[in-house]
Design a protein around this ligand. Sequence first.
Ligand SMILES: Cc1cc2nc3c(=O)[nH]c(=O)nc-3n(C[C@H](O)[C@H](O)[C@H](O)COP(=O)(O)OP(=O)(O)OC[C@H]3O[C@@H](n4cnc5c(N)ncnc54)[C@H](O)[C@@H]3O)c2cc1C
Ligand SMILES: *[C@@H]1O[C@H](CO)[C@@H](O)[C@H](O)[C@H]1NC(C)=O
Length: 617
Amino acid sequence: MFAKASVALFPALIPLLSFWIARRSDQVFRVTRDSWEKEYDYIIVGAGSAGSVLANRLSEDPRVKVLLLEAGGSENIISDIPIAYQMLQHTPMDWSYLTEPQESSCFGLKDKRSRWPRGRVLGGSSVINVMLYVRGNRLDYEQWVRNGAVGWSWEEVFPYFLKAEDNRDANIAYNGYHGRGGPLTVQSSPYLSPLGAAWPAAGHILGYKFVDVNGPSQTGFTIPQGTIRRGARCSTAKAYLLPAKNRPNLHVIAFAYVTRIIFNEIKRAVAVQFDRFSLSYLVYARREIIVSGGSINSPQLLMISGIGPAQHLKDHGIPIIADLPVGENLQDHIYPGGMTFSINAKVSLSQDRVFNAANLGKYFTKGTGPLTSLGGVEGLAFIKTGRANQSIDWPDIEMHFVTGNVVADGGKGLIGLTGLSPDIWNRVFLPYSPLDTFTIDPVLLRPKSRGYIRLRSANPYDHPIIDPKYLSDPDDVLTIVEAMKIALAIGLSPPMKAFGAKLIETVFPGCEYYVYLSDEYLACVARVFTSTIYHPVGTCKMGSPWDPTAVVDSELKVMGGVTGLRVIDASVMPTIISGNTNAPTIMIAERGADLIKGQLLPPLPSPIIPQYPILGR
Ligand SMILES: Cc1cc2nc3c(=O)[nH]c(=O)nc-3n(C[C@H](O)[C@H](O)[C@H](O)COP(=O)(O)OP(=O)(O)OC[C@H]3O[C@@H](n4cnc5c(N)ncnc54)[C@H](O)[C@@H]3O)c2cc1C
Ligand SMILES: *[C@@H]1O[C@H](CO)[C@@H](O)[C@H](O)[C@H]1NC(C)=O
């Protein structure tokens, strides 16, 4: 009787369900079109974190015609769900890159390769990321300036963080360090698990303050803010492309893969060639071409088009337009996996418990519940190891507190995401699978190791060679070992012990030779389970015209005698910033747009000058 009634009821529910789903997904796909013109003022390659910002800002002037070309399609209702970010990897939304086998790291990963997801979708990696909103440290930007990036000091970039931002957490939005009314919605997840709620207490006991990590002092513990809106992901496509969708002077073309930039006889970039559904097209740029393909694709496209290290291009038979160190200076953020703790309470964000009807209902109707968790990262901490300068606020480690349960899913998460070998999973993690867990990921913020992107071939459809050379600088290992000890102290602090927290005890395969938990043992774990936190930058380095390692100048223009061409995305960072890279990339694009328009915002000092030394740690 009841079953019959619910079957009869179901068709009636469909319109209601579709209403909620449509309301949630914001229908981003409507921004694209299928026709275009022969010529534009600006052509932007790639609609990622940076490209979407540029498309919006440049098309604010109705006299200017802008074309935005994106290799991927649109976001969907799954990519909107904040906790579901893992599900987007190895789908058509992901370039699914793999690094070369590593020589000093990744020993426990399949073929010693690190998996590198990158967004191939309107919104780029801002559609598949964990949404953490972190700007980095003011001293990072001072360091850029010291290295020749004129105009990128903290006072000069701060107004652009504010311009992008619409901060909606009342306790943070009005503290003087945040913007309101900008396109990018920033707020904390409406949901906090009991574990997440205990994070600040763990910090307090160890002597750290609870801070706004984007405020006066970065050092301390926090509950993170993320780029979410009404509990759903706020990608740059949603923030910047959707509001511009009715502008007649902005044409957004999805599924358009740019295969070459074309130069005239005086090395001016004049056109791009792109493939769309097996056909090839040319479009011309009257003013400029802007490459925003991200840290892997931007250097690849430049090299295929003749801009790169001369000998490397010769080896691939590519005619040389400019001899520049494109693809060098690759930097990324890594952490040692394995700082996982078992607990005796059923409080972690375990997949089987999170994805149930009640939680889906909460998410779709109210934008609340555990599905709004920022990829299961419920706490952040910026800390200084003993190897950092103790007298300044420039932490060298960022802890990510992951309350998603990494053992309950039979390895799907860790194996799928990090590429951990199933053998190691079975030995280290499987014995704990009936238990709940949390994990602390200590991320090395300013690695010294440098890698590179090179062409595998001149064919744009071949993935480039990615070699981050993780842990090739021994200093990096020393800092990570110190950070692992602090992670242990946090994981075993009384607020965590209240949940019965215990470090998972299986000795990592390959590390049996060392005394358990000695420095040598921890270093071994770091080299066995080396994990990326997905922040590759630096491959089209910004610097002064006299810097032989620089590719673009401080106005983000490609050097080497080329005109009409800029690179604007994460690849221009001279050194990686001390934090997650999405907000800084959006800032770079906001400022880049104003550089193109020739009207910069005036520098703005932070409201309170931080006092040195910062108390606490
Ligand atoms: C899994 C994951 C989690 C992350 N978590 C966080 C986080 O929590 N917080 C944070 O701050 N950062 C995070 N990041 C990093 C952050 O998302 C990136 O640093 C940022 O999105 C980089 O922006 P971008 O504009 O340089 O490149 P992207 O956003 O990757 O954009 C590049 C775009 O260009 C397109 N494209 C490339 N080549 C071509 C071509 N030839 N023709 C046409 N289109 C092309 C691509 O398809 C893509 O859409 C994460 C990244 C990943 C992958
Ligand atoms: C630490 O930073 C201060 C302030 O910038 C500087 O004067 C000092 O030399 C630094 N110390 C070390 C050991 O680098």
